[in-house]
Design a protein around this ligand. Sequence first.
Ligand SMILES: [Zn+2]
Length: 391
Amino acid sequence: MDCLDPRLLRPPLREGFCAAAARVSSVPIARYQELPLGVPVNAQSLVYPLKSIPSPGETIEVAPGVQWLRMPLPMALNHINVWAIEDGASWTVVDTGMHTPDTVAAWQSAFPGPLGGRPVGRVICTHMHPDHVGMSGWLTRRFDCPLWMTRLEYVTCRMLIADTGREAPADALRFYRAAGWDEQAIEDYKRRFGGFGRRVHALPDSFHRVSDGDEIKIGGRRWRAVIGSGHSPEHLCLHCPELSLLISGDQVLPRITSNVSVFPTEPDADPLADWLASIDSIRQRVPDDVLVLPSHNEPFRGLHARLSQLDTGHMEVLDRLLEALATPKRAIDVFEVMFRRRVGPGLLIFATGESLAHLSHLVHRGRVTRQLDAEGVAWYRAIGCSRPIHP
Ligand SMILES: [Zn+2]
């Protein structure tokens, strides 16, 4: 497939666990979706140097000793990129794919084929979403090797998997009623609750902690851990200065925007502040000339340009919201302003989460008030002048 396949340039209405943040267990697999925030993709500023894409079970070498594999996903966003890095006599695998029969088959053909029959010596997961972590237990048990991950991602993953089989909690129902959901939407949520764990193979029962700034030696080269937050709680990126590579996970994606959402587990969170701070941090810590290896779409150059586009996109959304909140609105009332399109039931959870992330950020910045009415529904209103967030 050509890297500039026009199908990939459509507005990024997509499905995928990369769209999911900290509380996703309420939605079945087919409903993980992301809405376009109007973040521009300037084709001039990003360069996609690789001219082909690996089929399931195949690999493409993107740098010496670094192999690109693509695992299928059963949704509109139909793939995740994973990476196999030569590490002495074995492979260090970064991200694993979702636990589905197709992904099992892709790994089973990759090992005796392009991966040359070498074992996996270590699995590293960038974050806890099922398309990244789903096969980690399958791989670590098959090869009797450890899982490396940040602590918050591992622990949060265990928490979300534990929701499978439970009833939707009252806290979550209160949270979505406050956002303005009607009873039909609440009933749908109850029915779907607990879906997260169904696409994750039994997680390894222990892990090796990776912390920000750690240097991980893989195949004699040093990879530095660069942690981000906002899309997931403690997302790991790996920067190898010697190879000039950044494995960016879902922290930086070239053609689609990562979901940044508030979820019922932490209703007062401000994940957008974390996300914007992470953009700044990555810009300062990782040079612009790296080849970025993202979890979705294709490897690209233009890291700093993409970070600026993401930053600007969120600021513009905040400005549009401030203008709209001259009159009080609920979270479900700002979808048109946020996404510039109608939101159907299948998109409701992520549209709500992403809207709340932006509304909560304005509340945290003192630009908007939040008031509960007698029914427990939250109404947001801009305070005072309409000075823009984004000058
Ligand atoms: Zn993700």
